[in-house]
Design a protein around this ligand. Structure first.
Ligand SMILES: [Zn+2]
Length: 283
């Protein structure tokens, strides 16, 4: 991280911090600094304590946290991601609390708290945030008219395993193949029954459609109790069987997903909306 001083403002107000070398009270120094963060040049305002005698600088925990937030927001502004402040403002405009926004996006409340603070969201999560903050219809587009359910993901995957006669969710699985079966089940369910099967949101990644945020979800999917999910209807079971019979080997479902224009036309990391389900060509 390169830093360089621009201009300084020294305020003479009384402070609580004393110089560690015994020179008495330190001053508050506010300076604009130029830094390079993740390859992007940023200018941020930094507030620190300064000893006017020996020149030593020190920051309190609050000041350090505030600097981190300034870096994060300046970076997010520079690369066109929503800043923490923008997320808070848009959420409050919709009268949502953090829990309600989290529910709308299929993420934990901790993620919302982190993004509203200084953690930088991924491009795909930024897209999901924008959809969720754009209005009530975002849930339908992202989740296919169904409430997200992790036990139901497990239930659908188990049904595939039953038809295929083999495990598709293995230990240390990255869901490279499992997510493709799941995506087809959700999309075809949406196309033919008007709702997805699991309420999952999918992102267009280089290796095909993938369960959005799958790294955060995988452990919960493995641990989930599928008997707590709403049972599959006979129509849903028929769709799963049809998909499984068409793609008896994992490579087939992988290749098919890569032929779908609804995946191909999305930029990397973007959400694949359920409104595209009518354009599937491989099932
Ligand atoms: Zn000093």
């Amino acid at each position: 991280m390169r830093t360089g001083h621009r201009k300084w403002v020294i305020t003479m107000k009384e402070t609580r911090m004393n110089c560690p070398s015994g020179h008495g009270k330190m001053l508050i120094k506010r300076s604009e600094k130029k830094i390079k963060f993740r390859g992007v040049d940023l200018r941020i305002l930094v507030e620190q304590y300064l000893c006017p005698v020996c020149g030593v600088e020190a920051g309190t925990i609050d000041q350090t946290a505030s600097t981190q937030k300034s870096i994060s927001d300046a970076y997010r502004r520079a690369v066109s991601l929503l800043t923490g402040k923008e997320i808070v403002e848009a959420r409050k405009k919709l009268n949502l609390n953090q829990q309600a926004l989290a529910r709308r996006m299929n993420v934990g409340i901790a993620s919302i708290k982190r993004w509203e603070g200084s953690q930088i969201q991924s491009k795909s999560m930024d897209h999901a945030l924008r959809l969720a903050l754009a209005g009530q219809t975002s849930g339908d587009i992202c989740m296919g008219n169904r409430t997200f359910s992790i036990p139901r993901i497990k239930l659908v995957l188990k049904e595939f395993e039953l038809v295929l006669g083999k495990n598709i969710l293995k230990k240390n699985d990255k869901m490279l193949f499992a997510a493709k079966y799941l995506w087809y089940a959700d999309m075809v369910g949406h196309r033919e029954l008007g709702e997805s099967m699991t309420g999952s949101t999918y992102a267009a990644l280089p290796f095909g459609p993938q369960l959005n945020n799958y790294k955060d979800l995988i452990t919960d999917i493995m641990k989930a109790d599928e008997s707590s999910a709403k049972p599959l209807s006979s129509e849903e079971k028929k769709i799963i069987t049809r998909i499984a019979m068409k793609f008896v080997r994992e490579q087939l479902v992988y290749d098919a997903a890569h032929r779908e224009s609804v995946w191909k036309r999305q930029p990397n990391g973007a959400i694949i909306p359920y409104s595209d389900s009518s354009e599937l060509t491989q099932v």
